[in-house]
Design a protein around this ligand. Structure first.
Ligand code: C2E
Ligand code: MG
Ligand code: MG
Ligand code: MG
Length: 275
């Protein structure tokens, strides 16, 4: 007997959706048990001062080492952590790792600036303020050593996040808008947000030097940052031509494969010794 094609298609679609949901569901529950078992580690990507060529710090990027030894990238599990409400736990794990690893680097490089990524809801809870105050009180890490990176999506919920951001900046840490230009940014809301730094998203850096209409956008993003007197870090810099354009247009900091891939803390120490 032959099943009607429409029915078959319907069944297979429902099946595909259920597999997808189960997969998401299971990844979320594996994530839950892994967070307890500390299967996470940090790698660091150097951030360069384009004017001097020196490394001023690094962005901490989380990785998940599974029991079988494979390593999962954040693009795979951060969305799952967000949707299964585990992002605050993940952020706490990342802060624990920073607390453990950073003092060693600071012993040799006391002014290092380390970027730490936050999830969408992390700025809606005062717990993060208390947690960081504790970190500063019991380690050599100082507020000027940390820059918290949040996307526009996390910052847009202005009523909820503004008092936490105010407290954090009062402690002396820097706040950055991550992936700048990919969200809802408007000049009016940018002036209300109390941030110190814009991280220009790689997708704009990629257009530098191309004929594409979007290559003008990066120019206006930079002008916006300058007019608001914000620090700017360009992400995903891969070519000398991009670096030259950025420096000539007033962007002073950059990170990308041109300077270094994300590396272990030990490798960052070697990197710093050379730069
Ligand atoms: P992001 O914060 O924008 O981080 C930059 C991403 O771009 C990193 O990918 C980095 O490896 C990659 N990248 C840097 N330079 C280049 C380049 O020159 N070329 C190319 N092709 N890629 C480059 P990664 O490590 O996979 O992280 C992806 C995203 O995951 C991050 O984007 C961030 O949004 C999120 N993430 C990473 N670590 C954490 C964390 O600890 N907590 C939270 N909440 N999110 C994190
Ligand atoms: Mg980031
Ligand atoms: Mg970024
Ligand atoms: Mg990005």
């Amino acid at each position: 007997k032959v099943l009607p094609v429409g029915l078959l298609a319907g069944v297979s679609l429902a099946w595909a959706v259920s597999v997808l949901i189960q997969h998401q569901g299971s990844l979320a529950s594996i994530l839950r048990s892994s967070l307890k078992r500390e299967e996470f580690f940090l790698v660091y990507q150097p951030v360069i001062d384009l004017r001097t060529g020196k490394c001023i710090g690094a962005e901490a990027l989380v990785r998940w080492r599974r029991e079988d030894g494979s390593v999962l990238m954040p693009d795979v599990f951060i969305p799952v952590a967000e949707s299964s409400r585990q992002i605050a736990t993940l952020t706490a794990t990342v802060i624990d790792l920073v607390e453990r690893e950073l003092p060693r680097l600071l012993a040799a490089y006391p002014d290092l600036l380390i970027g730490v990524n936050l999830g969408a809801v992390d700025l809606q809870n005062k717990l993060i303020v208390d947690r960081l105050a504790l970190l500063f009180s019991r380690t050599a890490i100082q507020p000027h050593n940390l820059m918290l990176e949040a996307t526009e999506r996390a910052l847009i919920d202005f009523d909820l996040s503004s008092s936490v951001i105010r407290d954090l900046r009062a402690m002396g840490l820097m706040m950055a808008i991550d992936d700048f230009g990919t969200g809802y940014s408007s000049l009016s809301y940018l002036t209300q947000l109390a941030v110190d730094c814009l991280k220009i998203d790689k997708s704009f850096v990629d257009t530098i030097g191309s004929e594409a209409a979007t290559s003008k956008v990066v120019y206006y993003i930079i002008e916006m940052g300058k007019s608001l007197d914000l620090k700017m870090v360009a992400e995903g810099v891969e070519t000398e031509a991009q670096a030259t354009f950025l420096l000539e247009n007033g962007v002073h900091y950059a990170q990308g494969f041109l300077y270094g891939r994300p590396m272990t803390g030990a490798d960052l120490e070697d990197y710093l010794a050379r730069h």
